[in-house]
Ligand binder design. Structure first.
Ligand code: AMP
Ligand code: MG
Length: 292
């Protein structure tokens, strides 16, 4: 199953989240059966990140958006833990600070976009400015309604500068969300995650759905695609996202960069003894694929 095809939000077409079953698991029978496949994708992601870093020409921005308890933290923990912390980071976006609020809404996001060679995960993002901001009327409609075009221009700038942009909406049902809140209530180790606003926001569910539908529809493109990921089952969410990221990174045509120096000259200069040995017929050791 090619999840990039299956879960891509086609630009411009009507998107109805109600028509996408958050509990679906494709052709996969169980989480246990899918585990080796998830591990394979996670390993590919890690290898490709090492290449991206070595290559130093392109970058990857992964945007995670969802309602509370849909699994953004879980995706980060499970799928990005294999990547080298040198070259990978997570940027979380909460209520803007006074300084952030005093700037345009893209200012804080732009400061955290990946440099060449880097992978950055946005845990929430600039999309909050057409989601929570819209649902709670934090700015007038005349302001937020202009932002889709601004976001598209912003992401176009990133893409043209060599950043691959992948955006995921983790789609869960209200029942599954409530069940996860209850688990947090019952587990002392996770009590800290609970806030009363999590519950009060549930009364605005349909407003959030409408805001997400419009945002996804207006800002999905081949260059900066949105994927709606059925996320009631954590393992399926992990499977679909890891496959999409690994496949997309493979398309980036990442290569081990050529050496920047004359290797023979270096060898002669600093490894004279080894060079002698080489001349005498000894074999030079093979260089590993990606190492400094
Ligand atoms: P959490 O991700 O649960 O820690 O909560 C972060 C909160 O910050 C969420 O309720 C977001 O909706 C909120 N938030 C993020 N960005 C913005 C924004 N631009 N304006 C207002 N609230 C925001
Ligand atoms: Mg929250």
């Amino acid at each position: 199953m090619d999840y990039r095809k299956q879960f891509f939000v086609h630009p411009g077409t009507k998107l109805s989240l109600a028509g996408i079953d958050p509990a679906q698991t494709g052709d996969q029978a169980s989480g246990e059966a899918a585990l080796p496949e998830i591990q394979r994708h996670v390993a590919r992601m890690a290898e490709l990140q090492a290449l991206l870093y070595a290559d130093g020409k392109q970058s990857l921005l992964v945007v995670l958006q969802a309602l509370d308890a849909a699994g953004k933290d879980g995706v980060i923990r499970h799928l990005f833990s294999g990547m080298n912390p040198q070259g990978t980071s997570v940027a979380g976006f909460k209520q803007p600070s006074a300084d952030e609020a005093a700037h345009d809404f893209l200012w804080r996001a732009h400061q955290r976009t990946p440099a060449r060679g880097e992978v950055v995960v946005f845990n929430r993002s600039h999309y909050e400015d057409v989601l929570v901001v819209r649902v709670h009327n934090l700015v007038p409609q005349a302001v937020w309604s202009q932002r889709y075009a601004l976001i598209n221009d912003f992401e176009k700038l990133l893409v043209q500068n060599g950043t691959r942009v992948l955006k995921f909406f983790l789609h869960i049902s209200p029942e599954e969300q409530l069940a996860r809140f209850k688990q947090r209530l019952d587990d002392p180790a996770r009590n800290w995650k609970i806030s009363e606003t999590d519950y009060s926001e549930r009364t605005l569910w349909s407003d959030y759905v409408a805001a997400y539908e419009e945002a996804l529809r207006k800002t999905s493109s081949q260059n900066a695609p949105w994927y709606v990921i059925p996320a009631n089952h954590k393992w399926f969410r992990n499977l679909a996202i890891s496959q999409i990221i690994a496949d997309s990174m493979e398309d980036m045509n990442l290569k081990v960069p050529p050496p920047r120096v004359d290797l023979d000259a270096i060898a002669r200069k600093y490894h004279a003894a080894a060079a002698e040995q080489k001349k005498a017929g000894g074999k030079a050791s093979a260089r590993p694929a990606v190492k400094e």
